[in-house]
Design a binder for this molecule. Structure first.
Ligand code: HEM
Length: 507
């Protein structure tokens, strides 16, 4: 299940084992359940979300990575409190205002690519590298109002921060046997003793632990510095003083600081919590989006006709605006772009599965009945015992044949054309997914708040790149490997790290 080369295990899950499967816990672990049934997931993520909580391992890990409590490491009322303050910053009304900023960053990418490609008829480059830089600029300028000068080849700030972002989760997953202890560890007092002990990571001859600590020590100070600079400006000149930042004062953190200053005392978040959330926004929004954009372009190279179909729509829309950029609402009104984004994010959800722990015995209903392994009888609900790890198969549900039809595993953007989201499933079954009836951005109280932000990023970048370049495949085969997010590797060149090579030429 965790094998990086067995993504197919998850994609074929419903076909092989149905929408609820028992996972044997091995010698020491408890048995778990792997669930991709829409009704059961509605219970787990929405109706009984307080019963199916973020695992202690994850809360502890993210609490350590971000130096404090933030969305991914708090539960119940504290989680609700943080979301209540943060959600308004992620609404369409606010995200749409980021359109000019995103367009500026996307055109910088385009102009740099143009210079690289020059008059070459097919210039080969690693698009993942360029889109990683773009995604970091989009999330850092749009999320925290800071630039890493990511497009500068030799930007030290970009390299250090990007290395940290890239290394932190893969190293953390190798520390799996200390993960259960991180949640209690991070709250242990006195803090100075905890910090001194943590610094032993630099002395103990354990490279993974050292690399993890180094990544954490790189990310936190950046967010802290950006926050205190903003705070000083805010305290002195109010919200107007924050318009001199990379985002012109429109970034999510500025909105959060403003909302925080206007909130009632009991709703207000401490500085530490705001800083931890800034860090979590950057980590949560970078690799997911760069992976999604690379995947979309990868699909375009494999299906040139589709690339042309999409380009035609974008060019037509641009010509109606005399070449001026397309804003949030105009981009969302393009059916082909929307269908291709949905289909890419359905088939290739950047996060394949997440897991929860069951806090008390709970019965969940099933959309697709299963047969009892002992009696053979049909079962329409399952009792999940306290302590059971529950794996939420997002990639699996997005490819379920009973849900999406016999062509569930095929890339068919036309399934979205002219339909409301839930009409695209075979029996118009509604799922708890917040994005077009699929699980890519999860659902319920912990559904991804950054969904609109991510979609605006992807659509803006595509609307800027496709009218300028033709994208063509190389002879390399790209395999997407399983991790906390999916990562692309060229077959036979895995040691070179993640990459998506493709040939570009100017149109
Ligand atoms: C294609 C891009 C993205 C995908 C597929 C994605 C997916 C997800 C998923 C599946 C979760 C739930 C994780 C869990 O509960 O264990 C999540 C949570 C989260 N995402 Fe995203 N995300 C994306 C982009 C973004 C962006 C751009 C931002 C920020 C602007 C962001 C911020 C967050 C935050 C803060 C959480 C934690 C929410 C909570 O626990 O309440 N994400 N995302």
């Amino acid at each position: 299940m965790h094998n990086p080369d067995d993504l197919d295990f998850h994609f074929k899950m419903t076909e092989r084992y149905g929408h609820v499967a028992r996972l044997h816990g091995g010698v020491i672990g408890p048995d778990g359940l792997y669930i991709s049934d829409p009704l059961a997931l509605h219970s787990i993520l929405v109706r009984d979300q307080n019963v199916f909580q973020e695992s202690t391992e994850f809360s502890g890990l993210f609490g350590v990575i971000h130096h404090g409590d933030q969305l991914a490491s708090v539960q119940g009322d504290e989680h609700k409190k943080q979301r209540k303050l943060m959600n308004p910053a992620f609404t369409a009304a606010h995200v749409s205002k980021l359109s000019p900023l995103f367009y500026r960053i996307a055109t910088e990418l385009r102009d740099r690519l143009k210079a690289e490609v020059g008059s070459s008829s097919a210039y080969t480059l690693d698009i993942l590298d360029r889109l990683t830089r773009t995604a970091l600029e989009l999330i850092s300028q749009g999320g925290i109002g800071h630039t890493f000068n990511s497009f500068e080849r030799n930007s030290k700030e970009f390299h250090e921060f990007h290395e940290a972002l890239k290394d932190v989760l893969p190293n953390a997953s190798k520390l799996f046997f200390i993960l259960p202890f991180l949640e209690s560890w991070r709250k242990r007092e006195p803090a100075w003793l905890r910090r001194s002990l943590a610094n032993l990571a630099y002395v103990i001859p354990w490279p993974t632990l050292r690399a993890f600590k180094k990544a954490v020590d790189t990310m936190h100070p950046v967010c802290k510095k950006v926050f205190y600079e903003k705070k000083a400006a805010f305290d002195e000149g109010g919200i107007g003083a924050l318009s001199n930042t990379a985002s012109g004062g429109r970034d999510l953190t500025t909105l959060l600081m403003q909302a925080n200053s206007e909130a009632d005392e009991e709703d207000r978040l401490s500085d530490e919590i705001v800083i931890a959330n800034m860090s979590s926004i950057v980590l949560g929004g970078q690799e997911t989006t760069s992976g999604a954009m690379s995947r979309l372009l990868n699909v375009m190279t494999l299906q040139p006709k589709l690339q042309e179909w999409l380009r035609e729509e974008i060019n037509e829309a641009l010509s109606k605006k005399n070449g001026e950029h397309l804003d949030f609402y105009e981009l969302n009104a393009l059916p082909r772009l929307d269908a291709i984004c949905r289909e890419t994010l359905r088939l290739f959800a950047p996060v394949t599965f997440v897991w929860r722990q069951t806090m008390k015995d709970t019965v969940v209903p099933l959309q697709f009945p299963i047969n009892d392994a002992k009696t053979g009888k049909e079962i329409r609900e399952v009792l999940i015992h306290e302590g059971t790890p529950v794996y939420i198969g997002m990639g699996a549900m997005n490819r379920s044949i009973p849900l999406w039809g016999p062509d569930a595993g095929e890339f068919k953007p036309e399934r979205w054309m002219g339909h409301q989201a839930h009409e695209s499933t075979v029996e118009q079954i509604k799922t708890p997914g917040i994005y077009s009836n699929m699980m890519t951005f999860l659902g319920g109280g912990r559904g991804c708040p950054g969904m609109k932000f991510a979609l605006l990023e992807i659509k803006t970048v595509m609307s800027v790149l496709l009218p300028t370049f033709h994208f063509e495949k190389t002879n390399d085969i790209v395999d997407w490997r399983l991790g906390i997010t999916l990562s692309p590797y060229v077959r036979g060149k895995e040691a070179e790290g993640p990459q998506v090579p493709m040939k570009l030429s100017l149109l």
